[in-house]
Design a protein around this ligand. Structure first.
Ligand code: SAM
Length: 226
């Protein structure tokens, strides 16, 4: 029996219009859609009138649920993977599923679209010819060590950070790399999209008034960037 395919589909990071025609068509055509939070994905599917079976697969459940998906694909069904926002597997679940699919000779097809890191980088004005994506820094153990390492990095650095730790991160940047120019992008593609630019000390002074809520990408200029 010919097995089906696994589609890794990028979805919007805020503005629901940021999805491709191809992505919507495939979401309609596959046999089932694996997603992180069915409530989040349903909002997108309702907008595009996609009526399809949803299957929840998140970081906690990926290991024990991926066998079910692989079995269905091997039996000939096509499956899509989406995450709550952006490109699946990028600081999101799905890597193990992709790996297992490859091991089982299942065709894995990527459908490109939104990704917060690349969007933020593209409007940062900082060098993009070579950059390093670190995603989320460790929350506790190893965090300081990683920041000290990054202070020596001579490529542009791209980080993700949550509302809860953005203030802490800016203070850490001020401590370990005060001379580095930083761009903070908040709520990309959403109503309250904003960006701040400057040295860590300048950005810290904005925190109490402005940087309080939302999702953030932080771009740090390479060492010795003028
Ligand atoms: N897979 C996603 C992608 O392709 O960008 C990333 C998922 S990760 C769990 C979520 C983090 O991405 C947020 O905490 C934030 O750092 C960043 N992010 C996602 N959407 C964003 C947005 N609209 N504006 C700024 N940052 C965003």
């Amino acid at each position: 029996m010919k097995s089906g395919s696994l589609y890794i589909i990028a979805t919007p990071i805020g503005n629901l219009e940021d999805i491709t025609f191809r992505a919507v068509n495939i979401l309609k055509e596959v046999n089932l859609i694996a997603c992180e939070d069915t409530r989040v994905t349903k909002i997108l599917l309702d907008k595009y009138e996609v009526k399809n079976e949803l299957f929840s697969l998140n970081a906690q459940s990926e290991n024990h649920k991926l066998g079910f998906l692989i079995d269905r694909i091997l039996k000939g069904e096509n499956c899509a993977l989406v995450s709550d926002a952006g490109t699946p597997t990028i600081s999101d679940p799905g890597v193990r599923l992709v790996n297992e699919a490859i091991k089982n000779n299942i065709e894995v097809i990527g459908i490109p679209g939104a990704n917060a890191a690349i969007l933020a980088l593209s409007i940062s004005g900082l060098p993009t010819d070579a950059f390093i994506y670190e995603g989320f820094l460790p929350q506790k153990k190893g965090r300081q060590k990683k920041i000290k390492q990054l202070a020596e990095e001579d490529r542009t650095i791209v980080l993700y950070e949550s509302t809860y730790r953005i203030e802490k991160l800016l203070n850490e940047l001020n401590e370990y790399m005060p001379e580095r120019y930083v761009v903070v992008q908040r709520e990309l593609t959403k109503k309250f999209e904003e960006s701040w630019r400057g040295y860590p000390i300048d950005l810290i002074s904005d925190i109490p008034n402005k940087i309080t809520k939302g999702e953030f990408v932080i771009i740090i200029a390479p060492k010795n960037w003028i």
